[in-house]
Every structure is written in structure tokens, then in C-alpha cells.
Design a protein around this ligand. Structure first.
Ligand code: GYE
Length: 349
């Protein structure tokens, strides 16, 4: 029996095909399965040199779950407007099946010559990736990696989340050492289940946490949001007050944990050390107040690199690596409010 999620995806693809069949003529046509011939836009059509203005990008975004995501979406909309790229933006509202059906529809759409995917999950795209390959549509992954053979997409532009996890563990070690605590019990508020950003940050953190004897005593998803993460931290504190640190997979989750810590009468940054990820403006404010001790940056401004790679791909350039890691750093409360405030003024997110 096909696993329910795979069945749901297959049904979604078939449904999208039927819908595609319906929408064009209005009259119901016989259900077509995804073998319908699609209009191909072979890259580097003979002699044509593609430029940014030739791009019609079908962009499949995860949703709007965080400050990081808002900055990532703005990067695509603003860069497209500046560079004259035609952007067909799709917000999947954090539903995998929505991403799969949008992907299918962009493969069917003859005007689209590049599909850009910010993947909600590491799996679930095999069918539509194969469709895109059959239709000779260029696919670029942005932000998050997927567990697919790299021959199924042109390139992936996004962060080294495992390295971010390493940096998070190192920062937590430094904070706990500076706090002179003997025990190093850390609770984890993880990202949405299935997302490579969360999976890899968790892996990276665990690869380095042994350096100072950290133990992860509890873990639960906060789905990248403040209210859900606050509730998770409240539950952790009810279970045990023997917590010295919080490893939160993004700034919203760290801010939720900070709210719960304060409502429990404890002092974040003193009684419990908090490490977050993204380094958005809200994350910076928590660093400046000293409630968050470290914020591991993750760069959302990826559109220029993605569009440049797409042009190279359409022009048949085979020199672009399969992964282009983002440039990013780390920020610490110890840098001091003045320095952090000065930095904050220079940042776009
Ligand atoms: O950390 C989080 C967002 O994929 C890097 O997704 C991104 C993550 C980011 O919701 O805030």
C-alpha cells in the first residue's frame, strides 16, 4: 500500500493534471495523467544568449512562517523588479502538496523557463522533478537542499546548515563556560519536521556539542514560530527546571523560548543561555537586550545569485557547481549593544 504522503502527492500531481486539463477549456476533459506532451523551452535555444530579462521564473516559496522568509521573498520580488525578471510567485502556505502541484503547473506552463524551489521537505518532489527533466525545464533549488540526485536540478543555492549547527554548538559551549555552570543540559526547539534547515542544524549541533559536554535533554518542533515555541518551552520548564541552555532553530523560536523563560521568573541570558539562528532584526534586538547570547546568521538575500545561475543554466553553462553555499557569520550579545545597534542599522533584514 503506497505510504499515505506519497499517495497524497501522487493524487496531487494527478489532480493538478486534471485541473490543468479543466482550467484551459472550462469543459471537463478526460482525466489526463502527467504524460501529456508539454511545451519544451530547451535552454540555449540555438544561438540565443539569454539575459536576466529573458527569465520567466516560476518561484515556489514555502510560505510566510518567519522574518527570514519575508526577507527571502522580498529579495526575489525586489530583484525581479529591478532586473526585469518575470516572476510568477507561488506561496505554498507551508503545505508540501501545494508545492508539488504548483511545480507540476509550472512545468506545464510554456511561458516559464526556470522553476525555483524553496523546498519545505527533503523528499516528495521526485515525480515533478522527473517531469521537469522530461520537459527540459531548468530547475534551481534555493534556501533548502532536498534528498534527490543532483542530476535532477541545475544547482542549489543555500546555506551550509550543518556548519551553522557547528557554530551554534560552539557558541552554546562558550556561553555555558562563561556562565560557569557545571551541568550543560540543553533543550532543543527544532524547525518544522522534514525541513533540511532543521535536520542539518540539529545534526551539526550534535556533532560539536560533545566538545564541552552538552546533553540535549528534550527536543520538540516549534514550527519556526513564536507562540508555538513559547508553548513548547513552557512545557519543557514544567517537566524540569534543570535547563541551562536553549538551542532554538530560528529567531522566532528563540524569542518564544525567551518569553516563556521570563514568565517562569527566570532570566534569559543569565539563568538560561539562548542560541538562535537567522540573525534577523528581531534576533538582533534579543542580542542587544542580552536575552539571546548568540545568533547564527543565515542569509536570505539569495535572489541575485539564483537569477544569475538561471541565466547561466539557460545558456548551457556547465561550470556552475551543484551547490553554491551562502556567505554568513555569527553575532554575539558579548559584542555589546552599541556595536550591535550600529550593525543592525546596516542590515536589510
Ligand atoms: O531559518 C527559518 C525559516 O530555510 C533557512 O526557514 C530557512 C529557515 C529559517 O522559516 O526562519
Amino acid at each position: 500500500m503506497m505510504k499515505s504522503r506519497t499517495l497524497r502527492i501522487a493524487l496531487t500531481v494527478a489532480a493538478a493534471a486534471v485541473l490543468a486539463g479543466c482550467s484551459s477549456s472550462g469543459a471537463t476533459t478526460a482525466p489526463v495523467v502527467t504524460t501529456a506532451p508539454v511545451v519544451t523551452t530547451a535552454p540555449s535555444a540555438a544561438g540565443k544568449v539569454f539575459t536576466l530579462k529573458d527569465l520567466t521564473v516560476g518561484f515556489i516559496q514555502t510560505g510566510s512562517e518567519s522574518g527570514w522568509r519575508a526577507a527571502n521573498t522580498a529579495s526575489f520580488k525586489e530583484t525581479a523588479a529591478t532586473e526585469g525578471v518575470t516572476l510568477k510567485f507561488y506561496d505554498a502556505q507551508n503545505k508540501l502538496e501545494n508545492q508539488v502541484s504548483a511545480f507540476h503547473n509550472f512545468v506545464q506552463d510554456p511561458s516559464v523557463n526556470v522553476i525555483v524551489l524553496a523546498a519545505l521537505d527533503v523528499t516528495g518532489y521526485d515525480t515533478v522533478l522527473a517531469e521537469a527533466k522530461a520537459a527540459n525545464k531548468l530547475v534551481v533549488l534555493e534556501d533548502r537542499r532536498i534528498d534527490a540526485d543532483s542530476s535532477m536540478y541545475y544547482t542549489y543555492i543555500g546555506s551550509d546548515f550543518i556548519n551553522e549547527g557547528h557554530e551554534g554548538a560552539k557558541a552554546m559551549c562558550d556561553l555555558l563556560t562563561a556562565a560557569k555552570v557545571t551541568k550543560k543540559n540543553v533543550v532543543e526547539i527544532s524547525g518544522a519536521v522534514g525541513a533540511s534547515a532543521g535536520i542539518d542544524r540539529a545534526k551539526g549541533f550534535r556533532e560539536k556539542m560533545g566538545d564541552c559536554g552538552i546533553t540535549v535533554t528534550a527536543t520538540q518542533t516549534g514550527n519556526w514560530g513564536v507562540p508555538e515555541s513559547k508553548a513548547v518551552m513552557e512545557a519543557f520548564l514544567k517537566q524540569s527546571k534543570d535547563i541551562q541552555g536553549v538551542f532554538a532553530h530560528n529567531d522566532e523560536e528563540a524569542i518564544g523560548a525567551i518569553q516563556a523563560i521570563k514568565e517562569a521568573g527566570l532570566v534569559p541570558g543569565k539563568d538560561i543561555q539562548v542560541v538562535g539562528f537567522d540573525a534577523t532584526a528581531d534576533g538582533f534586538k534579543s542580542l542587544i537586550s542580552g536575552e539571546m547570547g548568540a545568533d547564527i546568521e543565515c542569509n536570505p538575500l539569495l535572489a541575485p545569485q539564483v537569477f544569475d545561475a538561471a541565466v547561466k543554466g539557460l545558456n548551457g553553462d556547465t561550470t556552475v557547481p551543484k551547490w553554491v553555499p551562502s556567505q554568513e557569520g555569527q553575532f554575539f550579545a558579548a559584542q555589546g549593544a552599541d556595536a550591535l545597534n550600529a550593525l543592525l542599522k546596516t542590515r536589510k533584514y
